[in-house]
Write a protein that binds this ligand. Structure first.
Ligand code: GLP
Length: 243
């Protein structure tokens, strides 16, 4: 903690200055080895501010999802798995999470067969009205939700959504349709309320919207995925070489 981070001379209210300082410590991982924050009185003394100021600062960070309070026990930092994801390798969620020693899991939000929407037909190179299968999943690592994924596949490659129990890519490989190549587009968004609730983050929290089109080796589109990845849980890493 750095008490000099707060100053009466700054145009920002003290509680927001304190929130900003604590946020930076949490986000930079400098408070990782201690789960609980010091008590309100101790924080007030450290920063030479009132307990009201401390309380208001903590309330800000709780609303942002960085801290939580347990009755009688204190204030705790919310830990979430942090995943460093290479962008240049075509991997599945199960492989990404399992490879980091975390337990991958999915919760079904929906699974259905139906006719392709114009967007899906276009992305999958299907004629309008062709049959597709949709898998809508909340993806978790060690029980923490990290992403929401909606995959659509031509029914010719996956006739029944119930065929997928664990990994979709594993299922496709087992059926002789291994994913070979993918095109992916990432954009920054703020999560709408329903998705934020599923991911356990505050409304409007930052996220990455990722669209992926996956192809078979012969170039046939296999999968069209629209997904939302928590911005606080992922670093996407890519290697660049001289063009
Ligand atoms: C990643 C990709 C998705 C893909 C999924 C398959 O999460 N972003 O586009 O559908 O992996 O994962 P799994 O094989 O674990 O179902």
């Amino acid at each position: 903690f750095d008490p000099t981070a707060l100053s009466d001379a700054l145009p920002l209210p003290l509680y927001l200055q304190l929130a900003r300082h604590l946020r930076a410590l949490i986000v930079e991982g400098r408070l990782t080895d201690q789960d609980a924050l010091p008590g309100e009185r101790e924080l007030a003394e450290t920063f030479a501010v009132s307990r009201v100021t401390v309380r208001k600062a903590l309330r800000e960070l709780i609303a942002e999802g960085l801290l939580h309070q347990r009755q009688g026990a204190g204030t705790f930092i919310n830990r979430s798995p942090h995943v460093e994801q290479r962008l240049s390798a075509l991997t599945s969620f199960t492989e990404d999470i399992g490879g980091r020693g975390l337990k991958p899991d999915s919760r079904w939000l929906g699974r259905s067969a139906g006719t392709a929407t114009p967007e899906e037909a276009m992305a999958l190179g299907l004629r309008p009205g062709a049959e597709v299968v949709r898998l809508h999943r909340l993806r978790l690592a060690d029980g923490t939700p990290l992403a929401i994924e909606l995959s659509a596949l031509p029914a010719s490659f996956l006739p029944d959504p119930e065929l997928v129990q664990g990994s979709l890519y594993e299922t496709l490989r087992g059926r002789g349709h291994p994913p070979f190549r993918a095109l992916q587009r990432l954009s920054a968004i703020r999560l709408p309320a329903d998705q934020a609730a599923l991911l356990g983050v505050p409304d409007g929290a930052p996220a990455l919207y990722i669209e992926r089109r996956t192809f078979l080796e012969n170039g046939t589109p296999l999968e069209f995925v629209r997904s939302h990845y928590r911005g606080d849980a992922y670093d996407f890493v890519v290697e660049l070489s001289l063009a």
